[in-house]
Write a protein that binds this ligand. Structure first.
Ligand code: NAP
Length: 488
């Protein structure tokens, strides 16, 4: 006799891009007992948090879109933050995801025992679940620099991910920006455009690539709405470029690597007229070692008279500015910390406690690892979305989440068909996966002589070193021999 399919209770943590997607896909798969726990009051994750001026996505907009919800109305080739946030709001409304979301409920604890997860939140609520999908994102813990005197500054200080919109930045403001990563490259030109005196404190220069950015005319948007094939062509072209050029360039493919190298070096040569400034901006590590910044505004802006690039190391921060190692004091009114994120916290500070009371801090004490980036040992029926070694280079994270979502649903489906009551990755499978990835990382640009947020404490990048297609192929079906399953 065939058994009726079970309907599991699923808790999704986070209502960002991945959490919204997961809620939609679970409902489409017939799973209705879903709760999405969101720590803040609206959807959008990173696009809700990062409101700094100039915030944009450097993945072409038509590719930074759910495959099932194309958007002919993107206003420009590289969409800006508010428009992306609006897109996620629109999708969450259209697919009625918000009915499943509990806003302003941060998960504080999740504990597995006797085949169930008990999830507790900041609102003192408790949820019992068969599965947890952890969709908390990667870059959401602002990293504050460990610079002496930071707390002494009497002007206004804030991190780019916590932009203080109450501060009026005008031509008379003296702004200091620490950091020159992807975020800074977008924010600095906007600050310079206000006419403020902007001092950029660069510790390490970055490679920048120029890709044309443009707005879509009203007519072209109308045409895309009328003929969805045009939107699809845009999407597929972006995907082709990222898959066959960009990701291959940084994972050791000879021709692509040299072309990317040439393009970044040519961009520096052609964009910066002054030779001294050009040399200050020239990185001395392999192109692609840090995430290549796709940007059309930074080089122009840094040459403006109200911009200053400071490459002397910072000695300390004072009440009124920054002292560099050469003894010079840089007077500032506002200090912007564009110093990135801690990429290794994942779901923490939440207390994730698996079998035998194993705390995630202990499980990950020596190394942050997961089988196929998603599954842990001792944490049954738990999925970590966009975990370590997901292909998070310069590809679209939406595409990654879609592949992982399908994988999750295939495993949950097996549970629904009573094939098991709980599953977890075998420790051996985690170790083997890690060794397999590590082997591939040897030939990549990420180990090309620089420091970056990609690297863990052992200097191993938390990225996927092989091709996109290989990842997609390997994620097609869960390999059950790599999992421990039990039935009660
Ligand atoms: P980041 O790339 O990690 O850059 C941090 C910057 O702060 C670096 O220049 C770093 O210098 C500097 N820094 C950190 N601590 C410092 C200290 N104590 N003293 C002086 N300088 C210090 O961070 P991010 O720019 O926020 O970007 C992080 C990631 O977010 C990106 O790589 C990307 O994945 C994502 N992002 C994406 C987009 C997009 O368009 N899709 C936009 C923004 C961000 P060093 O290089 O010397 O360490």
């Amino acid at each position: 006799m065939t058994q009726v399919k079970r309907n599991p209770a699923v808790v999704i943590i986070g209502a960002g891009m991945t959490g919204i997607l997961m809620a939609i896909k679970l409902r489409q798969a017939g799973i209705t007992d879903i709760v999405v726990l969101e720590k803040k009051g609206s959807v959008g994750g990173t696009w809700r948090e990062n409101t700094y001026p100039g915030a944009a996505c450097d993945v072409p907009a038509h590719m930074y879109t759910y495959s099932f919800e194309p958007n002919p109305n993107w206003s420009r080739f590289f969409a800006h933050g508010p428009e992306i946030k609006q897109y996620f709001e629109h999708v969450a409304d259209k697919y009625e995801v918000k009915r499943d979301i509990r806003f302003n409920e941060a998960v504080t604890d999740a504990h597995y025992a006797n085949g169930k997860w008990t999830v507790k939140t900041s609102q003192q609520q408790t949820y019992i679940a068969d599965f947890i999908v952890c969709a908390t994102g990667i870059l959401h813990h602002p990293q504050f620099p460990d610079i002496p005197g930071l707390a002494d500054f009497k002007g206004t200080t804030f991190h780019t991910a916590q932009w203080n919109h109450d501060v009026d930045i005008s031509a008379s403001t003296r702004v200091g920006v620490i950091g020159t990563g992807s975020t800074a490259a977008q924010a600095i030109p906007e600050l310079i455009n206000t006419g403020a005196k902007v001092s950029v404190f660069q510790r390490t220069p970055q490679w920048l690539m120029h890709l044309p950015d443009f707005t879509f005319s009203k007519t072209s948007r109308k045409l895309m709405a009328r003929f969805p094939i045009i939107t699809k062509i845009h999407r597929n072209t972006g995907k082709f470029f990222l898959e066959h050029f960009f990701t291959k360039a940084v994972t050791g493919h000879f021709i692509q690597k040299h072309v990317l190298n040439f393009l970044c070096k040519a961009n520096l040569r052609l964009s910066i007229q002054d030779q001294t400034l050009r040399e200050k901006l020239r990185p001395h590590y392999q192109v692609g070692c840090k995430r290549v910044i796709i940007n059309t505004t930074f080089y122009k802006a840094i040459q403006k008279p109200n911009a200053e690039l400071i490459t002397e190391a910072i000695e300390r921060i004072t009440a009124t500015g920054i002292i560099t190692k050469d003894g010079k004091h840089h007077d500032l009114d506002v200090l912007v910390l564009s110093t990135g994120f801690n990429a290794f916290n994942f779901m923490r500070p939440m207390n994730l406690i698996g079998r035998n009371n194993l705390h995630i801090d202990k499980a990950w004490a020596h190394k942050i690892k997961a089988y196929r980036s998603m599954l842990l040992s001792d944490y049954p029926n738990f999925f970590l979305m966009l975990g370590p070694n997901t292909p998070i280079g310069n590809f679209s994270v939406i595409a990654m989440s879609e592949v992982q979502t399908d994988y999750v649903i295939k495993l949950i489906d097996k549970w629904r068909e009573h094939q098991f009551d709980e599953f977890e990755a075998k420790q051996q499978a985690i170790d083997d996966f890690n060794a397999y990835v590590k082997e591939g990382l040897k030939g990549t640009s990420w180990v090309g002589g620089c420091q970056s947020w990609y690297l863990d404490a052992d200097g191993d990048p938390i990225l996927w070193p092989y091709t996109w297609q290989r990842w997609v192929d390997e994620m097609k079906q869960p390999q059950m021999e790599h999992l421990n399953t039990r039935s009660f």
